[in-house]
Design a protein around this ligand. Structure first.
Ligand code: ADP
Ligand code: MG
Ligand code: MG
Length: 246
């Protein structure tokens, strides 16, 4: 089974159809780029997968199972974790508290030592270096560390699909390299990854497949590494506009 199979996904805002019959299949352990100009519908697709737009139509399967994205909690339970550009961590909580947030039994019932121990267990189980002390406040941590925390949390919750919305936008070069190592590691664990980016070189470097969206529809899905930057740019813009820009 693929990690994610979307077919005929349609989402309207009032009279305007923002996603119009989108098909997208992400194989297990595949890194699948989603590209398109501003307004193409990428974020709307991501938010639908995250359970934020329950009034969509179309079919979504995660790991071969039919799922309906009714709300964020349920979308996560059904195996889709979205790493948004705006991080969802609570800045006044510690790293450990953030990692355990939302679990059964977490929160007021925990005493501090037990909480740090459980968070350490979780990090060990997932096997990803966080780059932050568990007892540190989340406030002031770098975007890169925030991102790693969210990924650790997603894996601990057994995510089958990880959706990353412009994950490198706020990273330094060294952090970007570290993220790509992590992405390869996740793929080796058979997590399917949807990788949204405006950087076409980056897409060709890290992704296996690329899907190009324009005006709410998919205009192409093809291997990423053998696609050229100009080919992808033309697909994003459409022949006419691409020609005008040359
Ligand atoms: P992208 O992420 O590819 O830039 P978006 O999904 O953000 O594209 O937007 C796709 C289209 O949907 C745009 O025309 C945008 O104006 C419209 N849109 C996005 N969110 C809403 C909303 N909440 N209400 C109405 N229109 C929206
Ligand atoms: Mg946008
Ligand atoms: Mg967007």
């Amino acid at each position: 089974n693929p990690s994610l199979a979307i077919s005929g996904l349609t989402k309207k805002f009032g009279a305007s159809t923002v996603l119009d019959g989108v098909d997208l299949v992400v194989g297990r352990g595949r890194v699948h780029a989603l590209i398109g100009q501003n307004g193409a519908g990428k974020s709307t697709l991501v938010k639908t997968l995250a359970g934020l737009y329950p009034d969509y139509s179309g079919d979504i399967q995660v790991d071969g199972r039919d799922v309906t994205m009714r709300n964020p909690r349920q979308a996560r339970r059904d195996g889709v974790a979205v790493i948004h550009q705006e991080f969802s961590l609570v800045s006044t909580l510690t790293v450990a508290e953030n990692l355990l947030l939302g679990r059964e039994g977490a929160g007021w019932r925990y005493d501090g030592a037990r909480l740090v121990e459980d968070a350490a267990d979780l990090v060990r189980r997932v096997g990803i270096t966080l780059g932050a002390e568990l007892t540190a406040p989340t406030e002031g941590l770098s975007p890169a560390v925030h991102q790693r925390m969210e990924i650790v949390k997603a894996l601990a919750e057994n995510a089958k699909v990880l959706v990353m919305d412009e994950p490198t936008a706020r990273l330094s070069e060294a952090e970007r390299v570290a993220l790509f190592d992590l992405v390869r590691d996740l793929a080796a664990r058979e997590v399917g990854i949807v990788f949204i980016s405006h950087y076409l070189d980056e897409v060709r470097e890290i992704c296996d497949e690329v899907t190009v969206m324009r005006n709410g529809t998919v205009v192409a899905t093809q291997p990423a590494r053998s696609s050229t930057v100009s080919e992808l740019a033309t697909l994003m813009l459409g022949e006419e506009l691409a020609h005008d820009l040359q």
